[in-house]
Structures are given as C-alpha cells and as structure tokens.
Design a binder for this molecule. Sequence first.
Ligand code: GSH
Length: 216
Amino acid sequence: MITFYDTKGLPNPDRIRIAFKEKGVFDQIKVVQVNLWEGEHRTEGFRKINPNATVPLIVLKDGTAISESTAITEYIDHQFEGVNLTGRSAEQRAVIHMMQRRGEQKIVDAIGAYFHHATIGFGPEVEGKQNKEWGQLHYEKTLQGMRYFNDVLKSNKYIAGDIFSMADITVFTGLNFSETFPKVMIPKDCNALLEWRNRMFERPSCIDSKEQMNLV
Ligand SMILES: N[C@@H](CCC(=O)N[C@@H](CS)C(=O)NCC(=O)O)C(=O)O
C-alpha cells in the first residue's frame, strides 16, 4: 500500500490528493496527516524519509520515498489508469509541464512567500526569520499571477489548452490556499479565471475543496 503524508488544505499536498482522486484510487491509499503548525515535518523521523522536510511525500510498498509534487504526480499518472494528467504526445507533455511550472511560480510559490513572510504563517516557532518586504512583493506577484491565468483562460478551456491536466490542479490548489489562509482573493473582474474555478469545483476530485475552504 502507498502511504501519503498529507496536510489537508495546503496546496502541494492538495495536488496529490486530487491526483489520486482523479485516478479513482484515493481509498486504496494510507493517508497520514502531518501537522506543520506543530512542526511535525521538522522532526528527525520525518527528515529521514524526506530530508527537505516538506509535504507531500509518498512512500511506496518497497519503502521508496518520493517528494516533490510534480514527481509524485508523474508517478501516479503512470502507475494508475484513468484521466491522463501529464500529457501523452511530446508537445502536450511539454506544454503541460511548462504551464504547471508557471502555476507553481506565479500562484503556489508566490502566495507561499507572502504567507510565510508577510503573515503569521505557521507561527513564530516554525517560521523563524521573516522578511516582510519580500513577502509583500509576493502579494503583488500573486495578483499578477491571477491576472495572467485569467488572460490564459480567455482563450483556453483549461490552463494548458483544451484538456484538463496537472496544470489545472496546481493553479486550483494554489488559489484555494490563497483565498483560505492568507485571504488573498481572486479579483472580481477575473471572470475567465472564476468561471474556470467553478468548473473545477464541480469535478468529483475537487468537490471537498469547497468544504475545506468553508464555502459550503
Ligand atoms: N517543491 C515542493 C514544495 C513542497 C512544500 O513546500 N510544501 C509545503 C506545504 S504546501 C511545506 O511542506 N512547507 C513546510 C515548511 O514551509 O516548513 C513540492 O513540489 O512538493
């Protein structure tokens, strides 16, 4: 059985939960919640399986530990049948990887920097040194990222083109985190982004995201 080290509500672990659900295998996975607010990811035991001290992490039946959300998504996509998440043709794969990386840079990492540096983040015990100016800069970057993806979605049905992919999952989880924790909201005039997000909420894999965000 695969063990998934998760922290519900945070964007990178949420990416993995959604990927498992897209494949219809989430109920076959053992899920272990890691409390980042309590610093559980910084313990010696956890660092032994993930020296980067981050979630998500999966551990396979033979003990192989895989961190990094994109690497984990690649594993899930190749290991299980179902919706394709990382592309089939050379061109599709390249575009999906490019757009998902933009999703990380412009939304997930940008809002993460704002959260860790310009807000209380995980609290003083876990955060250590903060740089408010750096954090604030990333508030602006997050809003620019939202506007960038709004423009993309004016002509694309999904983030990487006509088909749903891991790029959608990355942007979706980053936006959900942004609106739930540091409360940086999608600007009301980003109609294409909001319409796409509503479509994402309807996917069976994303339905409990609304509950997680206290929207229902
Ligand atoms: N590049 C990693 C990033 C993982 C990451 O930063 N995860 C966050 C939660 S979303 C975390 O564990 N943060 C712990 C910390 O900041 O101390 C990935 O793609 O999975």
